[in-house]
Design a protein around this ligand. Structure first.
Ligand code: IPM
Ligand code: MN
Length: 350
């Protein structure tokens, strides 16, 4: 490996993960960037074979990567929650990938379920807190299995955790490609402790960013605005669970889960990028899955590694593929996973 090369870990994972990662790597292979790929055998197969979702040694090996590209994990043969918690969430937490960055962009020609949106209406980024909230697993049962059972699921919100995610969001709002608007999305009228902390931190940190316009939107109302007036949003900062939920809605207004990409970012460490759509078992092995979300994840990965020219090529490739698919769609059956990847390659090399 030459000194300039990036070491990129690859977790192809389950379901359609390997297919979409294959297309992203096909695109990567055509770019002028020095990358050494390191494969990680993680996911359902490994778990079923060994009983371990993420051995400690693999976690330590992941830590030494410059970045990781993940397909998807989850499999009907594994009890729900195991791979999600012990593999995906464990990587996010242990590697302190505290930002879940989910851009919601609409590429030219992509149709969505909302006919009133123009293509330009949808251009925002959700900054989802990714290391605490309701996802830490804090809580427990009391009198489990009895009529008097108590189930407690605690939302952990630390000053440190809230402050760093809010600061990240303000800094993002100041970047040249953004519009200097930040909305806190929460439920401060009901979640009066966690919401209060978030609002105070937004006000305090925001005082240091006088050029960023601040907004507050309750999460339920945010669902309305994402449909009714998405241009209201530039940067959204929100907690782990609200961010999980609204980014599925966000994916739909950008054209579907097949196109939505995200990054689990540790600004001072190792970041992992993934299509946010999951394993799509119905599509597995049929070459019918849209690989653009995985290609979008590659685009984010390259940007994070500082390879901005290569990242820009991938964006050009995605845009080209989207407009091509649009103009060829009428009367067609659709496109195979590999054909979409080929269109990206064509557009990226133009
Ligand atoms: C996501 C997923 C995960 C999450 C699940 C699989 C644990 O829904 O990345 O949005 O909730 O974060
Ligand atoms: Mn989700």
């Amino acid at each position: 490996m030459s000194s300039g090369a990036h070491t990129v870990g690859v977790i192809r994972g389950d379901g359609t993960g390997p297919e979409v990662v294959g297309e992203a790597l096909k695109v990567l292979g055509t770019l002028d960037v020095e990358v050494e790929l390191v494969e990680f055998d993680l996911g359902a197969e490994r778990y079923l074979r060994t009983g371990e979702a993420l051995p400690n040694g693999e976690l330590e090996r992941l830590r030494t990567m410059d970045a990781v590209l993940l397909g998807a994990v989850g499999d009907p043969r594994v009890r729900p929650g195991i791979l999600e918690r012990d593999l995906l969430l464990r990587i996010r937490f242990e590697l302190d990938q505290y930002v879940n960055l989910r851009p919601i962009v609409r590429y030219p020609g992509v149709e969505t379920l909302v006919p009133t949106h123009t293509e330009d209406d949808v251009n925002l980024v959700v900054v989802r807190e990714n290391s605490e909230g309701l996802y830490t697993g804090a809580g427990g049962f009391h009198r489990k299995g009895t009529p008097h059972e108590v189930a407690v699921q605690e939302s952990i919100n630390t000053r440190h955790g809230v402050e760093r995610i809010v600061r990240y969001a303000f800094e993002l709002a100041m970047r040249p490609e953004r519009r200097r608007k930040l909305a806190l999305v929460h439920k401060t009228n009901v979640l009066t402790f966690a919401g209060d902390l978030y609002q105070r931190v937004v006000d305090e940190v925001g005082a240091g960013f006088p050029d960023v316009e601040r907004d507050y939107v309750h999460v339920d109302a945010a669902c309305i605005y994402l449909l009714d007036q998405p241009s209201r949003f530039d940067v959204i900062v929100t907690d782990n669970m609200f961010g999980d939920i609204i980014t599925d809605l966000g994916a739909m207004i950008q054209g579907g889960m097949g196109i939505a990409a995200g990054g689990n970012i540790n600004p001072a460490g190792m970041s992992m990028f993934e299509p946010i759509g999951g394993t799509a078992p119905d599509h597995a092995g049929k070459a019918t899955i849209n690989p653009l979300a995985a290609v979008g994840a590659l685009q984010m990965l390259l940007a994070q590694l500082g390879e901005s020219a290569a990242a820009a090529r991938v964006t050009a490739g995605i845009r080209f593929a989207c407009s091509k698919l649009h103009s060829m769609r009428a009367g067609q059956m659709g496109f195979s996973t590999g054909e979409v990847g080929d269109l990206v390659v064509e557009g990226a090399s133009a």
